[in-house]
Design a protein around this ligand. Structure first.
Ligand code: SF4
Ligand code: MG
Length: 282
């Protein structure tokens, strides 16, 4: 990759690759791509100093649509790969992205341990409360009574997970919720998430018009930037538990020590590979 260091400031579009996204028209994930590239441009981050690691799913295609270093990984394993990369290359800004199904179902265990490990990673979960790529099944964040899937015509009957609540319980040190209908607000959150030294979790409410057309109403339901960050665990827990999931902003931020194995020497490449292998055995 040609080096951006010492070069002129890039505009958001210059963080995008030439590959045209194949997301459906109106998919919220377009706005996440825009918000990420806006945040990177604002931070004046050279492209060769950042990497975007993803899992599997519609949203995980995002790695190919940027021209950062990237890895479109295995289902649910993006955080494991990112932890290994960060262990080996601590100077890189490592972003991780994926969907609610990828991150909370098969990747749920990795999510919990990434939160408590508190490595300096930024994780964007594009939450549309559905498995989009596999044609619309209930995901871990789908409401129990959602009955539009052929697999669960009477609803799944299973309570949804609350991603922010899980992140808080597991020890994430930065938790925020953004909305793709407010890409500038989402970009601002991402700037703060990337700046945060530690594990930053950003839930991006990202409608799937194809399988959840009713989510197009979110633009009337989501409330912009109501949340102010607190470092008080109990206050954050109360806020998340009493919230309807439709408010946006930074919910929680604390300065718990960052975990960074090794010191960036060649030994750490081996440590990084060992970390990936250990994670993949979980
Ligand atoms: Fe987006 Fe849904 Fe289409 Fe997937 S199926 S690209 S999540 S609108
Ligand atoms: Mg999804």
């Amino acid at each position: 990759m040609e080096k951006d260091t010492m070069a002129r400031r890039l505009i958001p579009r210059e963080y995008k690759s030439d590959i045209k996204p194949i997301w459906c028209p109106g998919c919220g994930d377009f706005a996440v791509l825009n918000a990420i590239t806006k945040a990177l441009a604002f931070l004046e981050l050279p492209r060769e100093q950042a990497a975007l690691i993803t899992g599997i799913g519609c949203s995980s295609r995002i790695a190919a649509y940027t021209n950062l270093y990237g890895f479109h990984g295995l289902h649910g394993r993006a955080l494991a790969l990112a932890a290994g990369l960060k262990a080996a290359r601590k100077e890189l800004t490592v972003l991780v992205a994926g969907g609610d199904g990828d991150g909370l179902s098969i990747g749920g265990n990795h999510f919990i341990h990434a939160c408590r490990r508190n490595m300096d990673l930024t994780y964007v979960m594009m939450d549309n409360e559905v498995y989009g790529m596999t044609k619309g099944q209930a995901s871990p964040t789908t409401a129990a009574d959602w009955s539009q899937s052929k697999l669960t015509p009477q609803g799944s009957g299973i309570r949804p997970l609350q991603p922010a609540s899980l992140a808080l319980t597991a020890g994430a040190t930065f938790i925020a919720r953004g909305f793709t209908g407010d890409p500038n607000g989402l970009a601002k959150i991402l700037v703060e998430a990337i700046r945060h030294p530690g594990f930053a979790f950003v839930q991006a409410l990202s409608p799937c018009p194809t399988f959840r057309p009713e989510q197009m109403e979110w633009k009337r339901q989501v409330r912009g930037f109501e949340l102010e960050p607190t470092s008080d665990l109990s206050a954050a827990a109360r806020r998340i538990q009493t919230d309807d999931g439709m408010s946006t902003g930074i919910i929680f931020r604390s300065d718990y020590p960052v975990f960074q194995p090794g010191s960036g020497t060649t030994d750490d490449v081996a440590a990084g590979i060992a970390a990936i292998e250990s994670e993949l055995r979980v």
